[in-house]
Ligand binder design. Sequence first.
Ligand SMILES: [Zn+2]
Length: 360
Amino acid sequence: MSLSRVVVESTKPKLPKKLKPARKQVKPGDVEKKETVQTGKEYNIWYNKWAGGDREDSYSNKVKSQTRCSIKRDVGLTRANKTGIKYCCLFFARGCCPYGWECEYLHMLPDESWALPDSSKDCFARDKFSDYRDDMGGVGSFTRQNRTLYIGRIKETGPGPETEEIVIRHFKEWGEMEKIRVLQYRSVAFVTYKSELSAQFAKEAMACQSLDNDEILNVRWATEDPNPTSKVEEKERLEEIGRAAIQERMDPKIVDAMRAVRALEDEELLEDEDQLDTEDVQPTEESGDERGAKRRRLEAPDESQKPSGLLSADTIEGLKYFAEIRQRQQGAASIVKRAPAPPQRSNGLALDYGSDDDDD
Ligand SMILES: [Zn+2]
């Protein structure tokens, strides 16, 4: 059995009203030293070990995280707020940044209104990859926007709605949530955030953490939300983004003209239909079909006519129209230029001579 619901209650994380200098989350030596494989990218002098690497190899993925970020306590100002660096501190997300206010990265939640300077990086400035790892761990891919996390190894102690409530309570701390889906009796949940950056942050913040029942969570990228309705929603959402982006680049006059033309076309169709309806003649089978087709066009675009790509038929139509207007404008401009050109005048003279001849 699976439960899924759109999160309606406000899940906006509560942030302290006035930011103070960020707290040092751990003192050097606080975190118990453990022998780890050197998979990291940087040698951390505080911990005397490699860090910044992979917590998703089979060993470290089963060890409970020793620290956990607390947004209420740990959010604060760092050097990044002065230098303008837009990336979050990975260790802050994991609850173990020893630098506090001296940190070069932000000790804040990523904000979806930030345009990250480089879309090939995640909110921690780590390079994304062209594809996901086989186990869906790691930084993720730049080819697909992913706002959904897979959360495995949940210890269920009650019915589905209870698990749902627990997951929401733990995951809303990292960003505004959009949807949650619990696969009951399978210890699995899917959490979708409104912003991809929140998902990136939450994935690090919740890796190897516990919910209420001392489990060690396995947090990965969701390959795809198994719920088919959400696929349609995601497609529509992407289309809407595409449409908005195109309209932003279009001259508002052209957008208005497009709307006007479409409205006229719609009216024409309506008139046609009225005519058909008021006609005394029994409609033949064919005209009946035609009428049905027109009605379908008016009510909803035929599913089969919709292109399967990212842009909807509407948007593509708009683009075609835009291109046509461009062409017409360019055409008009070139006619104006051509008019006073000398070869045309000589043609005119030749014609004049001709007409003179006729007069004779
Ligand atoms: Zn930090």
